[in-house]
Design a protein around this ligand. Sequence first.
Ligand code: SF4
Ligand code: SF4
Length: 349
Amino acid sequence: MNISEKAKQQVESCRFCWMCRHVCPIGNADGQERNNARARALMISYVLRGTEKLEDAADNIYECTLCGACTNNCKTGWDPKIFISEVRTELVLSGKAPSYIKALLKRYFDKKTIFNGEPADIYGRSEGKDTLFHFGLSAVYNDQETVKKALSLLKNVSTNKEAEDSGYILYFLTGKTKETVEQAEKCAKELNKYKEVVVYNPVELSFMLHQFKEWGIEIKAKLVSFNEKLLELKLPVKKGNKEYTLQDNYAATRELDDLESGRKLIELVGVNKEMLLIHKEANMAGNLIMNEYMHDKMMDVARNRWNNAINMGCKTIVTTNPDEHVMLKKTAPEGYRVITIEEMLIENM
Ligand code: SF4
Ligand code: SF4
């Protein structure tokens, strides 16, 4: 199997200690022993030794959300995401990826997206030539109405359809391939037409800040998170006593080290009520790419997160990531609701 020495090191250094066993959102949702970083590392270790076939590891490798809960908890300091992503590249390039992944990739290359339907009707604005509002494909195809609400809060920003695909979907499905890097370069070229880019989705922001940099793709525009921008705007909101609970997004906390911006926004309008597993320990609540090929399991992941909220009596969850917003909304129990951070501000203006 053609993976880098660095990736092999991540596999071979796993002590199979089980410390990451309880943090995998997929393993927590389906209860399967194969769904944690330890089991994935063990399987790939067998493939490297020639005792298992690569194709037999394929489904398990695509059951990973790349959320990094294992990385955050790995007592030996290794990062299982590295080998998982490289094994995806190997699976795709060797033609051994599962048929549902090949079908999604075909859809992507035919339609330039993996999602059905039309994107949110937000393009053609030219209000602000200096600042771009970047949403990402996941948000514009799956969360159209909230995208429009977010846009209504930012005056003098532009939208740009050509910039929406950062390459993240290709990266998630195929790792670092030639096509992924080319798409990232194409996106960077669009972003660099602006002085500032407000990035709606923390997963996309982390991808731009980390992978683009690692691949030598320069972004001259200043990248700002949506939460940072909202705090800077000083919107005319009123403070009340409603309780709101932040769903910490894994990319925001573990990859961008942002533990506070969402909580500061909640404090502007109400009371911050914490649920179980917060900050870097938060359970991720949804991934819309995976929802395309393992819908039932993604619904279980979101329901599992709801249980953390229910156990603490948290009635209103506030999200900062469109994937988690959509999946939590699909699974909200009666008497509970999920809103985006901009919806929270709007209902207090
Ligand atoms: S990155 Fe997340 S989904 Fe993947 S093995 Fe680690 S904890 Fe599980
Ligand atoms: S915590 Fe780290 S070393 Fe231990 S089983 Fe998980 S990935 Fe391997």
